[in-house]
Structure formats: C-alpha cells, structure tokens
Design a protein. Structure first.
Lengths: 222, 242, 465
C-alpha cells in the first residue's frame, strides 16, 4: 500500500465508530444560507447602493459612469491626478481599449511578462467577472482578468466593469462562476474586497500591506 | 395563586458549610410564597469536584445516591448555578450508556437553579424585597452558559425596592474560580479574579451580587486579601431583605 | 526536568502577573469584540448560521474519505501533484524533495499554521534555503525568532516600539514607530523577495471537493503574490480542511472573517485549482498540494471529540478565553493555543504529556459559546481530563475523591466532618498562607471563607425540632 492508501485506510477505520450527528448530517441548501446571511435588498438599485456603501466602508473607490466615453475621461483624470507613468493591462475587452487611450507606456501581461516591469507599473487595469453587492467584492480570475499578479502587484488596481455584472450575494457569485467556467476552471479565482490591508501592528488598520494600496472600480451603467 | 409546590431544596456542600444564609434565605422566600420546602436526606454534594477533575467513577458514587434521594421529588431547586448545571446538564453526560442514564434523564428536567426557578417556573419576579443599595451582578459561568440564566436574576433585581443595578464591564467573563482550577493554577485564577474585582469596583457599586456563592467566595477572598472595598452577597440574601 | 506541564506552569505564573501584557491584550480584545459584534448583528440569524456551519462540518467529517478523494482527483486532473503525508517528518521530506529538485534558494511563505506544526522553516533553512515569512505579523515574529503568538494575530503581543526595534536590529531601515511606516518597511523588503523567490509555500483555509480547489483567506495580498510570482507553488494543508461544495464558502468565508477579525469578509479570498493553465498570463509552472495527517486520524477515531476537526482556525475561542488572555499565546508551548489547542494537542501530541492543558481551564464555556462551528470545546476539555485520569490516575487525588465520596454520601459522617472542619479551622490561622499551609494555593492570594457557626443542615435540623 502506498501512503495515500494507508491514509484512506486510517480514515475509514476511524469512521467505523459512528457519532450521533447532533448537528444533522445533510448539507444545507443555498436557500438556507440566504436565510441567515446578511440581507442584500431585492431590487437592482438597492443592490447597487449596497455595493457602493460596502465599497466606501472598505475604502475602495467606486465610480459609476453612464457611458464608455465617460469612463475614458474619468480614467484619464485619475491617471493625471496620480501621475501614472506606465500601466499594465490584459488583452480582450474594454480594459485593454481604455488603457490604450491613456497614451502611456503599456505593459500587456498576456502570454508572459517581466515581473519586475509589472512591479514598476503605477496601475493594473483589469476586467472582472462579477461585483458582489453583499460584500463589496470584485471577482477576478486568472483567465479573465490578466492572470494572477496584475490585480495584486501594482500599487493601484483599477477594475473596469458593467452594471450588469453586479450579483446580489456570494451564493450567486459562486453559481455564476460555476455556470461560466465549469468546463474549464481558471487556475485562480479571487474575491477582492477592498484594497490590501493589515492590522498586524497594534490592530491599527494600514492599507497596502503587500497588495494594492488603492482599489478603484469603474462601473458603466448599461 | 397557583397550587403550592413541594420543593426539594438541594444545598451543595460549600453552601452548607460556609454560606448557610443563602439556603436559609431560599427557604424563607419559598415559604413566603406559600410553598413547602423539604431538604431530602442524601449526599451533601453533587459530585462536581470529582467530575471536573476527571474522576468520573468517584463522581458517580455521589451522583447515584443524590439522584436516588431525589427520585420522587416534584421539583428540585439547587442553591448554586454551578451545581445546578452539574445535575441538569452533566449528569446525563456522566451516566451516558450506563444503567443510570434513564434516572439522570428523568431528573434533569426537574432541576432548577434558584433564580431561573422563581422567574421561569413560578413566574415570580417581585418578592417585595427592599435593598437600598447600588449593586452589580456577576454572571456565574455555569448558570449563564449551561442553564441560560442571563435574564432571570436581572428581572428579580429590577423589582427590588431601592436597588440600583450597575452592569459591570465584562459581566460575563469568568471570575477565575473554576473549582479545583483555582488551586491547580492559582496564578491564572488570581489574575482573572483581579480583573473581575477591578470591573466591579469601576461601577462604584456597593455590592457584587451573584447566583453562585463559589464565584463570590473567589471575589470576596481576593478583595479581602487586598483590602479592596468589595462586598459580595448572594441573590437570595438580597431578595429576602424586607 | 522541563516537561511541557512545568514549562506551562512557570510561564503562566510569570505572564499572568505581568500587568503590561494584560493591558496590551485587553485593549486588543476589547476592540475585537466591538467590531465582531457589529458584524454578527449584520447577519439575519447568527445562531442559525452557526447551526448550518456545524451541520456542514459534521457531514463533511463523517464522509471525509469521499470528499478528500474527489478533491484530490479533480486537483490532479488539472496538473497538480497531490502528496499524502502521514506525519511531520514525512511532510518535511516531501517538501524538501520538491525544493531540492528545483534547486531553490529563496522561498517565500504565506501564513500557514500547519507548517509550524511540521517545523518546516527550520528544515528548509538547514537545507540551505532562505525562508521568508510574508504575512506582516509572521514576518515580525520570524525576525524575533519567536513562534506566532496567536492563530490570527501572530504579533499581537508586541507594541509598535518593540516592532521598530526589531526591524532596526535586523538592519531594516525603520525611521519611525508609526504602524503605517513600519508596514511600508515590510512591504519594501518583501517585494524584493517575491520577485526573487523560486518557491512559494502557502497554507489553505479550505479545500473544495466539488471543484478540486484550495481556498486561501488573507488581508494583505501576500498569499496572492506568493501564489503568483514564484515558478513553483506548494500548499500544505491538513486533511480536515475539506468542504464539499463551492457554495459552502458563501457561508464559511463571511463567518471566518467575522470571527477572525470582525470584518464582513477578508480582503482576499482566493481559490487555486492548479498550476498556470494554457492561455493564462502567469502563475507557477508546478503546483504541489501536500495533505497532512499528523494524527488527525487519531482525533477522527474519537467519536466524542471528532467535531474538533471542524475547526476553521478563526481564533475566536482564543479571543474570548480568559485563560488565553491572561497567560498569553506563548505559554501554551503548542502550535495551536487557546481552547482549541488545549482540546486537540493531547490528541495530536500525546495525552499524558499535554493533559495539563485540559486542566488549565475554569470551564467557563465562553469558547463553546463563540465557536462558529459549534465545537463543544469546554466539554471536550472535561473529557480530556476524564481520559487522563483513567489512563493514569494520580493516586492521592483518586484516594481523596474516594474519601470525599464516602463522607459526602453519609449525612452523619458529613455532620461530624463539619464539626471537625470547624475545629481544624481554628488551628489553620496559625499557618495560613505559609509554606506549611495545605491550602496555600488558595490562601496566598485569597482569604478563606470561614465555616459558619451553624451550617445549613444544622439549622434545618434544629428548625425541624
């Protein structure tokens, strides 16, 4: 027997002694989860307002714009204000197009890139799979948001998203991930909930421990 | 007036020896309410010290006798939250899988801690007591968490004339007694008791009230050694004051 | 000889009298309580959430083999190498083998208590690697050559001034003791390391059977960088961390955050299901997952206490434990401190040597009351005491309880003892609080309550006349 088989034998032997399942022995349904978790409102507007509130509490910046053109202008304003010198982004979709309009040197991460060069970028501009109203989270994956490091290594993470990407809660976010990716899951799926933070020194909140110090979420009202 | 009950009062060993007034107060209160009190002839202890130290066989020796002595009781009132928890919650665990399990399970629902019994079983909150002092209330852990006894003592105190209840910080934090723990780990027990005394003093209450004399023994013992102006009193002794 | 028990006693005595330590921990915990309670109140039904979490863990642990098999199969299907380690030595050997195969020089780690359990850093350093902890708290205690103080807050016992001194001593430039400045020092130092590192090692909070993914919860982004930049990624995980379905995380991620730090959700909750896949921009070329037993199956075999395997390491029981708050995290001498550590350590490392942890509790039950997965912690401590006394009774104690039972069971003997005790008390005054005093454990810091002139039973008897 190899080590794996030994281990499974130990587990099965241990489980021959049954324990009274005093907490029950069936997995809760998502409906049961939804009865206990924080409420999320019923209309799209309520959920958008909840997302905005959560983002603010998390010290993320959430900017709603009406149209793609408005977003391009808002992004330009941000780039000027923060004096970006170079930015990184990924192929496909709006993020790429809008980053290109900034007229700055652009690092495209697709197909491999120089890690040190990415670390020197002032911002990483990415798409996302979903926004979660319940928690103020942005869902990114390695397949759809430029790999693993783009959303984490540069000091400022900018997310380009559309209102239709808002989902009410974590439960719906997981169903969405399953529907979209079950055939071939990305190697990384991350729920980003605010800019990087730590409280390891005297429990005092500091933003930008290792990941981005700033998180800006642009959302087009489509 | 509901029909009078025959209440079997169980006075745990340390209450018997050191805090007889707690038991006497309970007798007076129940009799004033028109009930009959009996004190069954049986063991002086519920067996908790041995149980908590891991000597379950020795604990069972006492527990079996006590269960037998209370077999025919209508209701049992226990003059300590901790011993109450032992009889109500831990006996069924202690006798799980033994021939006494049924006896333990039959006894459990009849057992009540004093304050919980008054409020939840008798529906009494106002005993017409008068105690014109500022007090703070310490929740004994067993009463609080095993018997879910947060509300009853506070309801009783709220009806005492002249009494002002000042809640202390961390009222639900253990005083550090913990039975044999207090002697096995005196330094930790003392540190916990110090925090409790400090919290009580910070309320500027004149008395610390509790449903558990063991907690009060710890708090008073520490306070006296340090000559801190802390006075402790059991809830029953407050409720008996006219 | 220094046994774990004597060490515990000595450290507990010292730390619990340390008022400075008491102050630091109390301030930290008070803040924690406030935010935790606010987040709990945000749930529609917090107690209901605990029920569901306990149910999920109960189901998972009762079918651990099935879930683990599915987890490993799916993980392997997408190119991950899954290893199985029976014990610490075996897990170290597996990881060292991978590291040697890559000729790794610099290794960056994100927070993993499981690696503390197998003393991984020491083994890697002995093999000539530079190992850098990337979580800020872990980074600080690593510089101080201390173990983590707390499951979630490794450096909570240190003040900013102490941290500044630590940085300076290790020749990191630390011009101020401002927490933000200190954090930025660590950020600068560690950025270099992520870029240099050949191997990244992480732990995991959950293993999702349905999709074959591990889930890591963190706030700083250090685990994300550890999993993104080095060419090889190794995750060490206990076999009990499995959860059946992706959607179980919808419950567990918020609960972990609420109880761990009082956040609605931690900043990064990330699932990893393999090495870099075709079409992805980056990520490790190799991904190894090491599944560790290390006597978890011993605990699993104890039907009474196997629910303790449901622990999500949120640290909530430590935070509410008056013992932990007074003796501090280092006194335990264990990887897992506080109530959960006192419950599982005797199973993981031997009952006889670690039984004192079960006794070092006032059994107040604050731990069980707070546990998000409803582990019956303080009852398990009682069971550990029982198991210890059955396995190896202390003769005088057993005799004392036998004698006590004899007296307590006989009312006439009890009344005789009452009178004798009253007599004894008269003489006790002569030796009270001194070395000869048999009750000195009590009387050194506390007055003793005198035995009443008339006991309750004496009063009752007299009244009946």
């Amino acid at each position: 027997m190899n080590e794996r088989e030994h281990l499974f034998t130990r587990i099965r032997e241990a489980l021959t002694v049954k324990t009274p399942a005093h907490h029950g022995d069936s997995l809760p349904t998502s409906a049961e989860h939804r009865c206990v978790l924080p409420t999320v409102g019923t209309t799209m507007d309520e959920q958008l307002a909840l997302f905005a509130q959560n983002a603010a509490d998390l010290k993320a910046t959430f900017i709603l714009v009406n149209h793609e053109d408005d977003l391009a202008r808002a992004l330009q304003v941000l780039a000027d204000k923060e004096q970006w010198q170079r930015v990184a982004t990924h192929q496909g979709g709006l993020a790429n197009k809008l980053a290109g309009l900034l007229g700055l040197p652009l690092l495209m991460v697709d197909g491999g890139y120089d890690k040190s060069a990415l670390a020197l970028c002032d911002a990483g501009i990415s798409e996302c799979d979903a926004l979660v109203a319940q928690t103020g989270s942005v869902v990114v994956t390695s397949m759809t948001a430029g790999g693993r490091a783009l959303s984490c290594l540069p000091p400022h993470h900018v997310v380009i998203t559309r209102r239709s990407q808002l989902v009410p809660d974590l439960t719906s976010a997981f169903s969405l991930i399953r529907e979209k990716h079950a055939a071939h899951y990305p190697s990384m799926i991350s729920f980003i909930t605010g800019p990087s933070r730590t409280g390891d020194i005297e429990r005092i909140l500091v933003l930008g421990a290792h990941g981005p110090k700033q998180l800006t979420i642009f959302c087009i009202q489509d | 007036m509901p029909s009078p009950l025959k209440i079997s009062l169980f006075i745990p060993c340390f209450v018997d020896l050191m805090y007889p007034r707690v038991g006497i107060s309970m007798v007076r209160i129940f009799e004033k309410l028109g009930h009959k009190v009996v004190v069954p002839k049986g063991p002086a202890c519920c067996g908790q010290p041995a149980f908590n130290t891991g000597y379950w066989d020795q604990s069972r020796e006492i527990a079996i006798r006590l269960m037998e002595s209370l077999q025919n009781a209508e209701v049992v009132v226990i003059a300590s939250g901790s011993c109450g928890a032992m009889m109500k919650v831990f006996y069924p665990e202690l006798f799980a899988g033994t021939k006494y399990e049924a006896l333990a399970r039959a006894l459990a629902p009849k057992c009540h801690e004093f304050a919980g019994f008054l409020v939840n079983q008798l529906g009494v909150t106002d005993l017409g007591a008068r105690f014109p002092h500022k007090v703070t209330f310490h929740d004994g852990c067993h009463g609080l968490r095993e018997l879910n006894n947060k509300r009853p003592p506070r309801e009783l105190l709220s009806k005492v004339n002249g009494l002002e209840l000042l809640e202390m910080d961390a009222a639900e934090t253990c005083c550090g007694f913990g039975g044999t723990f207090s002697a096995k780990f005196p330094a930790i027990s003392t540190a916990m008791g110090e925090a409790k005394c400090a919290a009580a003093l910070a309320t500027q209450a004149e008395f610390v009230v509790s449903c558990d004399s063991s907690c009060l023994m710890q708090i008073q013992g520490l306070a006296d050694k340090r000559q801190l102006p802390v006075k402790t009193i059991h809830l029953a002794e407050v409720l008996v004051q006219a | 000889m220094n046994t774990p028990a004597s060490q515990f006693n000595a450290d507990a005595r010292r730390v619990s009298a340390d008022l400075r330590h008491r102050g630091i921990i109390r301030t930290a915990m008070n803040n924690y309580e406030v935010v935790r309670d606010r987040r709990k109140a945000g749930f529609q039904d917090w107690q209901g959430a605990r029920d569901l979490a306990a149910r999920t863990k109960c189901e998972t642990i009762s079918h651990l083999d099935t879930h683990l098999e599915q987890f490993a199969r799916l993980l392997e299907a997408r190119g991950t190498v899954v290893h199985w380690a029976a014990n610490a030595q075996h897990a170290r050997d597996i990881i060292l083998g991978i590291v040697r195969g890559k000729n790794a020089r610099v290794i960056v780690k994100s927070k993993t208590m499981t690696s503390e359990e197998i003393h991984l850093n020491e083994a890697l350093e002995n093999a000539g690697c530079e190992v850098v902890e990337s979580d800020l708290g872990e980074f600080i205690v690593q510089l101080r050559e201390e173990p983590p103080y707390h499951l979630v807050f490794p450096a909570m016992h240190l003040t900013r001034a102490e941290i500044q001194q630590t940085f300076q001593r290790k020749s990191h430039d630390a011009p101020s003791d401002n927490p933000e400045d200190l954090t930025m020092v660590a950020r600068r130092v560690l950025r270099e390391k992520y870029l240099q590192a050949d191997v990244g090692i992480t732990g995991a909070n959950f293993a999702i059977a349905e999709t074959g993914m591990i889930s890591i919860t963190e706030n700083e982004g250090n685990a994300r960088l550890t999993a993104a930049l080095p060419q090889t990624m190794i995750t060490l995980i206990g076999i009990e961390k499995v959860l059946p379905r992706l959607e179980d995380l919808a419950l567990f991620l918020p609960m972990l955050a609420v109880m761990g730090t009082g956040q609605p959700l931690a900043c990064y909750n990330t699932l990893y299901g393999g090495p870099r896949q075709p079409g992805e921009a980056d990520g490790p070329e190799e991904f190894h997952v090491v599944m560790l037993d290390n006597r978890r199956t011993t605990l699993l075999a104890d039907a009474e206490q196997r629910d303790a395997l449901g622990c999500i390491r949120c640290g909530a029981c430590l935070n509410v434990c008056p013992i932990f708050c007074n003796v501090g995290g280092h006194t335990y001498g264990t990887v897992y401190g506080g109530p959960i550590g006192s419950v599982i350590t005797p199973h993981l490392r031997g009952l006889h040597e670690w039984k004192h942890l079960g006794y070092a509790s006032s059994l107040c039950g604050a731990c069980s009351e707070t546990c998000p997965v409803r582990i019956d912690l303080h009852h398990h401590l009682l069971q550990n005491r029982r198991n210890a006394s059955y396995a190896k009774p202390i003769r005088w104690q057993k005799l004392a309880f036998q004698l006590f039972a004899l007296v307590a069971n006989r009312p006439r003997l009890w009344s005789l003892t009452t009178r004798l005790a009253r007599l004894g008390q008269k003489f006790h005054g002569l030796i009270k609080g001194r070395a000869l005093d048999p009750a000195q454990a009590w009387t050194r810091t506390r007055e003793i309550q005198p035995i009443a002139r008339q006991s309750f039973h004496e009063w009752w008897k007299e009244r009946g006349k």
